[in-house]
Ligand binder design. Structure first.
Ligand code: ZN
Length: 241
């Protein structure tokens, strides 16, 4: 089966639509999202409805939790906090219910989903290095784990007890090996490439393909400014930082 993997949409509807259009062309049969549907951007409701309509399997990110008052925003930077408070104010009961029902981790077919790390999903730690990858792999019971949170595409590949970082565009997971895969961010990339990031995983060939798609950044920026959200949240989209 071919899965479309998209994470950290962050209320960016233009980026989400571009990715979903591209995924249609990629021939995917299921959708998996490691969280943060909302936060930062100006279209939380539309993004929730769009992802709900896909029947995607989704886990709860820290910004999703913050949007319904479940995650303490005093640890957020001032811009993230302002966006979380703004999002709390625009969500209706149906959207709050959807976000509130998202699990911290889940297993779907060959894959496990979690926003941060599998050893402490509710702490929303960043998974940046091999030591952190090792702790998640200890808890992993499927061949592959999809994560988000850092907004940077990467694979941690565990083969014969060794873990290494792989950043190729196409990564084949050899038989017996396991992988933690971050598809990058749809709505707020932070790897210097402003295009929306996503991935396609084919469990028959055990292949992960990293993809990028351009979207109307200007339109998204204008919505963020018009909503009265911090201007830096618009500016950073143009730089992919
Ligand atoms: Zn995020």
């Amino acid at each position: 089966m071919r899965y479309g993997i998209f994470s950290d949409v962050h209320s960016n509807l233009e980026a989400l639509e571009a990715v979903l259009a591209a995924l249609t062309g990629d021939g995917v049969e299921g959708y998996l999202s490691p969280g943060d549907l909302v936060g930062y951007g100006a279209d939380p409701q539309a993004c929730i409805h769009r992802v709900q309509g896909l029947g995607a399997r989704v886990v709860c990110g820290n910004h999703d939790g913050a949007a319904i008052g479940r995650v303490d925003v005093s640890w957020f930077n001032p811009y993230a906090r302002a966006a979380a408070v703004w999002t709390q104010g625009v969500l209706g009961p149906a959207e709050r219910e959807y976000l509130g029902a998202l699990p911290l981790s889940l297993v779907e077919g060959p894959a496990t989903l979690v926003h941060g790390t599998l050893d402490r999903p509710g702490d929303f730690d960043y998974l940046f290095d091999v030591a952190e990858a090792a702790q998640t792999l200890e808890c992993l019971r499927t061949p592959v784990c999809f994560v988000g949170h850092t907004h940077v595409p990467v694979v941690f590949l565990e083969e014969q007890g060794r873990i290494r970082v792989v950043v190729d565009r196409v990564v084949v997971i050899p038989p017996g090996a396991r992988a933690i895969v971050n598809p990058g961010s749809v709505g707020q990339p932070r790897d210097g490439d402003p295009r929306a990031a996503y991935a396609v995983y084919d469990d028959r060939t055990r292949t992960v393909e990293f993809k990028r798609v351009a979207y109307d950044v200007r339109a998204t920026q204008e919505k963020i400014l018009k909503a009265g959200l911090p201007p830096i949240l618009a500016a950073r989209l143009g730089q992919g930082r």
